[in-house]
Design a protein around this ligand. Sequence first.
Ligand code: PGA
Length: 258
Amino acid sequence: MPRQDKAPDLRRPVIAGNWKMYKTGAEARAFFEQFQPLVASASHCDIIVAPPFTALRVCVEASRSGKIAIAAQNMHWQPEGAFTGEISARMLIDAGCTAVIIGHSERRQLFGETDESVHRKTKAALAAGLTPIVCVGETLDERESNTTEKVLSRQMQVGLAALTAAEFSRILLAYEPVWAIGTGRTATPELAADAHRHLRALAAAQFGSESASALRILYGGSVKPDNIKGLMAHEEIDGALVGGASLDPKSFAAIVNY
Ligand code: PGA
């Protein structure tokens, strides 16, 4: 269904780049020098860049004049404490972040994150005033064994448990099928839209239909300049969370300017 069927201001598109463990401060600065002029006239969407912790300040400074929000890729749920190697929401705000990615599948698969930790982090991010970008998505095994909907239901119900409707209205949800991340294998717009519809129905059951219809759901997994248009043409897809293709200023700008 074309996007014009949708109330235009209800769900403003979001294009977010997740740099993962790439780029030093100098590389981040060089990215912004090239990227900002390329998106100077883009007013149709929110733009977010999530660099590694060590490049956060450089990115916040580089984007100060512009309209690009800076997000972290992870955080701890405690405000401070004896948690070697961790970073709190307070520290992210101090660095100038306004958003944070929570529960990325790489964190879940490689660093033992659970729906329970996603829940704690989401609550803490909201309490601190950050926008959580909460990631959900099934593995290939789960998809092939027809448990995608069950997995997404669990991730939503546990990960977003006990949020108020007001809190829920401040989150962004990212649907990232694990089998499509970094593999070059993008979900078709229809397949992504089916999952988004399921997530929106779950959101309606948890938080009411008004909250659900305002929820912005980003698709992530091998989004590239040549497939973004098809994805964004779908009314269920409100944006993209881009990994590999967000590292190059020209390719990320092409995605922003879909
Ligand atoms: P990809 O990563 O675009 O490189 O597949 C997406 C993500 O992990 O957020």
